[in-house]
Design a protein around this ligand. Structure first.
Ligand code: BG6
Length: 491
């Protein structure tokens, strides 16, 4: 099976922070893949910008290395590599000074019919200054701006940043990336819910017992420890990725996939989240920090060693029992957890249905387990629906719990595109559906801020957990107190 490729309109993409980690690991490989598939029009052009003095050729050599490092050699054998590199050029410019900007303006201006896109793959404190200079040099007029999280570190700073950007770019040209929304399975969640008549009638507190959202990583913070220590798992993962997943599970069906129709529904979910503060924080949240342990069969250091510090109260693990206080979800807990250096890399959403109301079977036929829908984001993207069936064979009825199991890799013989491939081209298409609107980001902070504050007030250090495990035992207690268990690996 091959995917359908619809080329986008011609664009000029300017990447600020073009020699940085995000550009190297994600943006350049993603753009190349789209080009390889024929989705990038012939005269589209990509301008790299950073402070370093580089020639066009030196930037192309940097990009060639990025491709070699992140794309299988078999995909780099054709003439497409040179064709892609020929699209690239480079301008040295500083966000805080005027040098280089006239040249950038001239290069972008050379393609007046193109859609100008500015991707700010830089440190967040540069978002404001870059936008201001884009305005000053007349580049913002038709331009679209793309920013990455972290969008602030709390509500106040997020509002200030959004205002700063909003002075130059109207909201309908601001694209706030949450790369989880570009993941195939996340979009499949919408397909599953809204392109099937099967689930929606059951998608409420009459039939759903609880929901679990796990985003577990096996890696530690490694060379990102400096940034991470100022953020922690709540700001790094929960405020954005996990809350976005929760929104897609919990939102009402939008009238269409129109960007605002979807984002209006997500916003309502964020606003309906039950507040967590000093009163209930201890009962419904757990924060942890990993100690040395083992991962993938080898010894790994603890967080403090990676940070190179003897003390830090930053959490590398969070578990939260969240509740959406509305008619559909009243009484249905959403158990959320995420962490670094956990037992394996797995991200999944488990929708646990209620038990059957009455068993017609004898007790000795086996336990009737509840149905579960497991949406696996990574690795091995797919969907499993756990059902009870009769164990095959003669000798009467015995019941067993088995999954209807669809692994996307097995069902569709296509490469699973990286989230950035989809999202960058959505910017060119002018489709904001998979991007966070300003009020969503702010509503998410509004829920997160009091949790962070309650943690600060409690002055308790994060609970230690051994690297390579599923987090502190308190996280297990958090769900087991309610008579439920965390489910791992598609179980
Ligand atoms: C990023 C976080 O947004 O998402 C990282 O800042 C995290 O800390 C990453 O590792 C996880 O993304 P993925 O796509 O690898 O699950």
């Amino acid at each position: 099976m091959t995917s359908r490729v619809i080329p986008v309109a011609p664009f000029t993409l300017t990447v600020f922070g073009a020699t940085g980690d995000l550009a190297r690991r994600k943006l350049i490989p993603a753009l190349f893949h789209r080009d390889l598939d024929g989705q990038i029009p012939e005269d589209a052009t990509i301008i790299g910008v950073s402070r370093r003095a580089l020639s066009d050729d030196q930037f192309r050599a940097f990009a060639r290395q990025a491709l070699t490092d992140h794309i299988p050699a078999s995909e780099l054998e054709g003439p497409e590599v040179d064709r892609f590199l020929a699209r690239l050029s480079y301008v040295a410019a500083d966000a805080d000074a005027d040098g280089g900007w006239p040249e950038l303006a001239q290069r972008v201006g050379a393609f007046p019919e193109h859609i100008p896109v500015y991707y700010l793959a830089t440190a967040p404190h540069l978002f404001g200054p870059i936008c201001e200079r884009l305005g000053k040099y007349g580049l913002a007029e038709k331009g679209r701006v793309v920013i990455e999280k972290p969008i602030g570190k709390d509500l106040k700073s997020a509002v200030a940043l959004n205002q700063q950007i909003g002075r130059i770019f109207p909201e309908d040209r601001v694209y706030r990336i949450d790369h989880y929304l570009g993941k195939e399975t996340v979009q499949n969640l919408m397909a599953l819910r809204f392109a099937n008549a099967l689930f929606e009638p059951l998608w409420n507190n009459a039939h759903i017992d609880h929901v679990q959202i796990t985003v577990a990583e096996a890696l530690g913070v490694e060379e990102r420890a400096g940034y991470y220590d100022t953020a922690g798992a709540m700001r790094d993962m929960v405020q954005n990725h996990i809350l976005q997943l929760l929104c897609l599970v919990a939102m009402e069906p939008p009238a269409s996939l129109d960007a605002d129709a979807v984002r209006d529904e997500k916003l309502k979910v964020l606003r309906a989240l039950k507040p967590i503060d000093d009163q209930n924080m201890a009962a419904v949240t757990v924060r942890g920090q990993y100690r040395a342990g083992a991962s993938a069969g080898g010894a790994v250091p603890g967080y403090l060693d990676e940070l190179g510090s003897s003390t830090s109260s930053t959490e590398t693990f969070v578990a939260v029992k969240a509740e959406v206080e509305n008619w559909r979800w009243a009484g249905v807990p959403f158990y959320l957890r995420t962490g670094k250096r956990l037992a394996s890399r797995v991200s999944e959403i488990v929708v646990g249905f209620k038990p059957v109301p009455h068993s017609v079977f004898d007790a000795n036929v086996g336990t009737i387990e509840s149905n579960r829908l497991v949406i696996r984001l990574q690795p091995d993207e797919g969907v499993k629906l756990w059902l009870m069936i009769k164990d095959p064979g003669p000798g009467g009825i015995r019941l067993t719990h088995v999954p209807l199991d669809m692994s996307f890799a097995k069902a569709f013989k296509v490469r699973n595109p990286d989230a950035y491939e989809r999202l960058i081209l959505d910017v060119v298409r002018g489709n904001q559906t998979l991007f966070m609107r300003r009020d969503e980001v702010e509503a998410a902070w509004k829920w997160v801020d009091p949790i962070l504050e309650a943690w600060r007030n409690a002055k308790e250090p994060p609970r230690p957990y051994t690297a390579g495990t599923w987090g502190p035992s308190a996280a297990i207690a958090l769900i087991e107190r309610d008579g439920r268990t965390w489910l791992e690996d598609g179980a």
